[in-house]
Design a protein around this ligand. Structure first.
Ligand SMILES: [Zn+2]
Length: 451
């Protein structure tokens, strides 16, 4: 018989699951590629534009740990400035309070990079397309990130970029999902097409057709509300081979099947003469800086062992066993941000939440009004495993399953673990542990997505 697990309390997890949003692979790679083909680019060229665009997000999965460490906790100027260009196009730079740096696609800064590349003369065309693809990324994100960046409690208020409060706040995935705001999706597609079409004409390939020619197709794309729905859209438009890898990393509900075992999209540049783009440069800078943080302040090996034990127990437990894991590793109450605390039952729910197999479904549960009555069958959870590392994306700074750093907090030394699940590849899950009633215990748990 199927075990029915009550996740009655899971709605409260919205409190602890901070998600910055931005469009995802369906937009940055899939739709961008299709629009570039529609604007007159060849398969190879359209692919290169889409790859460079997408690399800005998923090319960084293994560096998101270091990114959050440097950007959110250490106020890394460089990381913040580049994040603004790549994903959060606000006219005003950091450091500033969020209301003083709203993101908007109508301000000149949002267009600056795209316009500069459009107006170039005599530069290498392959390199130009690569940079153009990446420049489109921030312009597209300006639609999903539109508004005042939300404040993420665990991060520095004046420095962190997070998705806007008016679009669900940093705890919601709403604006990732094109069907939640079709007009914004249509505007994003129209400006992507217009810019791409101008680029094609500048390079002598343009078809000079208006966006209205494609508006109906785009509307169907925007309205598709599951991974399966998007797969179907891409299949019907000649992108069947790429369809499943495109949807796998999105936050959409699965739909008629799961896409767990689908291979990654190949995002490596294919054309000749390509130089590293801004995102590649930023990531190596952040990873290098994190390596030197670890060198100057190494984490004791018994702390690393303790965290290994925690992760292993978390993924080896069945749903019932999670409660025992929470009481073993978490403090009596766990801070999700200053003043908001999870009781022990909720700490278990926090751990359980990340074990839900379909991340889109997890989002639905966490943010639905009536989630208190929701139930899940055991098949809807990732199965317990003894190979806990297989559920995690390895981080790049130390090439370990999770990044572990230390810093001096207000109450003494804090050990901070950053982990990214393969099943939810844009969420960085954060655990802060300190000596307490137990030798070590988790006192804060949170998550942030930057894309
Ligand atoms: Zn992005």
């Amino acid at each position: 018989m199927k075990r029915i697990i009550s996740v009655a309390a899971i709605a409260l997890l919205a409190l602890s699951s901070g998600n910055a949003i931005g469009y995802e692979t369906d937009v940055h790679y899939g739709l961008t590629r299709w629009l570039a083909r529609s604007a007159g680019f060849s398969e190879v060229e359209a692919d290169e534009i889409a790859r460079a665009n997408e690399r800005t997000d998923t090319g960084a999965l293994d560096a998101k740990h270091a990114m959050i460490w440097r950007l959110c906790m250490l106020r890394d100027k460089n990381a913040s400035a580049r994040t603004r260009i790549l994903h959060f196009r606000s006219q005003n730079p950091v450091p500033k309070d969020p209301p003083d740096r709203p993101v908007s696609h109508t301000e000149s800064f949002a267009w600056l990079e795209v316009k500069t590349i459009l107006n170039e003369h005599g530069t290498d065309s392959a390199d130009r397309l690569n940079r153009f693809g990446q420049a489109l990324h921030g312009l597209q994100d300006a639609l999903s990130h539109a508004g005042i960046p939300d404040t993420v409690a665990i991060c520095s208020r004046q420095w962190m970029w997070a998705h806007p409060e008016e679009r669900g706040g940093y705890r919601s995935h709403q604006a990732d999902l094109t069907y939640k705001d079709v007009p914004s999706c249509m505007t994003m597609a129209a400006i992507t097409y217009d810019a791409t079409s101008l680029m094609a004409r500048n390079l002598g390939r343009g078809k000079a057709e208006r966006f209205s020619r494609w508006a109906h197709d785009v509307e169907l794309f925007c309205r598709a509300d599951s991974k399966s729905g998007k797969v179907d859209w891409f299949r019907r438009r000649g992108m069947g081979q790429l369809a499943k890898p495109i949807v796998r990393t999105t936050s959409l509900r699965a739909g008629i099947e799961f896409y767990d075992d689908v291979p990654d999209l190949d995002l490596l540049p294919k054309m000749a003469n390509l130089k590293p783009i801004a995102t590649d440069i930023m990531l190596s800078e952040i990873v290098d800086a994190t390596r030197s943080d670890l060198k100057s302040s190494p984490v004791p090996s018994d702390v690393r062992d303790w965290f290994n034990e925690f992760f292993q127990s978390w993924f080896a437990a069945d749903q019932q066993g999670i409660t025992e894991v929470a009481s073993r590793f978490f403090a009596e109450s766990v801070e999700v941000w200053p003043g908001a605390r999870l009781k022990p039952r909720m700490s278990a729910a926090f751990l359980l939440y990340w074990r839900i197999r379909d991340h889109g479904q997890a989002e639905d549960l966490a943010f639905r009004e009536n989630a208190f009555t929701a139930t899940l069958t055991s098949e809807q959870f990732l199965p317990p495993t003894s190979d806990w590392q297989s559920y995690l994306i390895r981080e790049r700074a130390q090439e370990r399953p999770f990044l572990l750093v230390q810093r001096d907090g207000p109450k003494g030394v804090e050990y901070i673990a950053f982990a990214v699940l393969k099943r939810a590849p844009t969420d960085v899950i954060i655990f802060v542990a300190q000596p307490g009633a137990k030798a070590l215990e988790i006192t804060q748990a949170s998550s942030i997505v930057v894309h």
